[in-house]
Design a binder for this molecule. Structure first.
Ligand SMILES: C[C@H](C(=O)O)C(=O)SCCNC(=O)CCNC(=O)[C@H](O)C(C)(C)COP(=O)(O)OP(=O)(O)OC[C@H]1O[C@@H](n2cnc3c(N)ncnc32)[C@H](O)[C@@H]1OP(=O)(O)O
Ligand SMILES: [Co+2]
Length: 136
């Protein structure tokens, strides 16, 4: 089903401060910074050596990530796996009775994405990603 781990998403209060911590103290390298208005978040992708993390900060107080921060505080928010065919993966997961957040994919930063509900995977939200052919 899953091809590989793509990234781990971490929700933070202050994107700039978290980039500083991860780059200057933990030795990660900044890959890109993106604004995702549809999700009401700003994010940064960082390379940690055969691993990528996505730091995410809400840009408003009503989003899911803002609620996550208020209720649970900063921390691991989702684990993203790359799939070859996201429509097929969603169909398979649905047939297996898994609770999805998105029944159809939406456009993400690096391709099509869809989320599996955290309650369906023992407290971990799973993001599926079908990369655009030109994305790295
Ligand atoms: C760009 C980037 C990317 O592409 O990677 C992104 O999209 S990041 C942008 C973020 N986008 C998303 O998160 C989209 C998908 N998320 C959502 O639709 C929502 O946040 C949601 C359905 C997971 C939860 O929203 P909700 O309104 O149903 O309810 P609540 O916020 O009250 O949460 C319901 C229960 O789920 C738990 N819960 C919520 N979020 C998480 C999470 N990330 N990991 C683990 N548990 C979680 C809460 O603590 C609560 O548990 P209890 O009941 O036990 O207290
Ligand atoms: Co993500």
């Amino acid at each position: 089903m899953f091809r590989r781990l793509d990234h781990v998403g971490i929700v933070v209060h202050d994107l700039e401060a978290s980039i500083q911590t991860y780059c200057q103290q933990l030795g990660f390298t900044l890959l890109s910074r993106v604004s995702i208005p549809e999700q009401l978040v700003e994010a940064a992708f960082l390379d940690g050596g055969n691993s990528t993390i996505e730091l995410i900060a809400p840009t408003d107080t009503t989003s899911g990530t803002a609620r996550f921060l208020a209720n649970r505080g900063e921390g691991t928010h989702h684990v993203c796996y790359e799939v070859d065919d996201i429509e097929a993966a969603l169909k398979t997961l649905q047939e297996r009775g898994l609770r999805l957040i998105d029944e159809t994919p939406r456009r993400g930063v690096h391709g099509l994405v869809a989320f599996v509900h955290p309650k369906a995977a023992h407290g971990v939200m799973i993001e599926l990603l079908q990369k655009d052919s030109h994305a790295h």
